[in-house]
Design a protein. Structure first.
Length: 301
């Protein structure tokens, strides 16, 4: 087991558990949004700690684009069984089939933006009034504006200029009928904190976070794994690369990084020296300067 600054990690852990327990106390039908990525894995671990020896008292919700990394789905199913949790899957494919969203066309088509409608439909179907997520303020400038309790109106929209103060750890979950909250217990964590906590708690993570050989193409500076979901340009020639992933999402927009990191200690060392943020590998964030904030205002995670 790797030893790090225990006091720092314990403070962050205590804060996150407090927010998770407050969510369970203040809301009638909370849920935990689960992507299979490192942040949501930490969220599940914290929820298990928060309510031990009881099971997690709310379901895990995965919005499935249908274009996921196979390793992520295998890990998701293992973790749900290991935690004895309930899993609810919202399908983007079903949203497409029902005419709720229209599939993008072209070389750079992605289902990532289509998740918003599926998420809001899933929230409405199951009447969730609070959705816990693993977003952190250090990830992206739009997420830096979030509170722990992020209010959403009855259309699922977020207003960054009209958020509630959270002085002295007082969290205000009051809402009108039809409104809900997104809750972010990891708001004050950094990517480095997450990796140190995973190492300290000896958490299992998907294999794609470690260095491995994968057939990839480089498109607009982003290393994309080849798959049936990514049509290739005539000039693109796939080649085997030694890569790993810093963030997990839809295969069509989640880029890899060249890496030889095969252990948690090596990943932590690599992150410490990196000059690119983890979302710097996400092509969906590069569609415009305000891509993330625009999606969040529409109801994205």
């Amino acid at each position: 087991m790797i030893q790090y600054n225990l006091n720092h990690l314990r403070i962050l852990e205590s804060e996150a558990i407090y927010v998770i327990r407050e969510t369970a106390a203040q809301f009638e039908r909370p849920a935990l949004l689960f992507s299979g990525g490192k942040d949501s894995i930490v969220m599940v671990h914290l929820a298990r700690k928060a309510f031990y020896p009881a099971r997690i008292p709310f379901p895990l919700v995965h919005i499935d684009t249908g274009h996921n990394f196979p390793e992520t789905i295998v890990f998701r199913d293992w973790l749900v069984e290991d935690a004895g949790a309930q899993l609810i899957v919202g399908s983007v494919q079903e949203s497409i089939d029902a005419g709720r969203v229209t599939e993008e066309k072209g070389i750079n088509a992605s289902r990532n933006m289509l998740q918003t409608v599926t998420l809001l439909d899933t929230i409405e179907q199951y009447k969730f009034d609070a959705c816990l997520g693993g977003a952190r303020r250090d990830e992206e400038k739009a997420r830096a504006k979030e509170r722990f309790f992020s209010h959403r109106d009855d259309f699922g929209q977020w207003d960054p200029k009209n958020q509630r103060p959270e002085l002295w750890n007082l969290l205000n979950g009051k809402k009108r009928v039809g409104e809900h909250f997104r809750v972010f217990p990891l708001s004050n964590w950094t990517e480095m904190d997450v990796w140190m906590y995973i190492a300290q708690e000896n958490l299992r993570i998907p294999s794609i976070y470690f260095s491995h050989d994968r057939e990839c193409v480089v498109r607009d500076g982003v290393i994309l794994a080849t798959s049936d979901f990514i049509p290739l340009k005539p000039t693109e020639k796939p080649e085997m690369m030694h890569v790993r992933y810093r963030t997990v999402g839809d295969m069509t927009c989640t880029g890899a990084v060249m890496s030889n990191a095969n252990t948690l200690a090596e990943i932590i060392s690599e992150v410490a020296s990196s000059r690119v943020t983890e979302r710097g590998t996400r092509s969906d964030d590069k569609r415009s300067e305000t891509a993330m904030e625009d999606r969040k205002k529409q109801g994205y995670f």
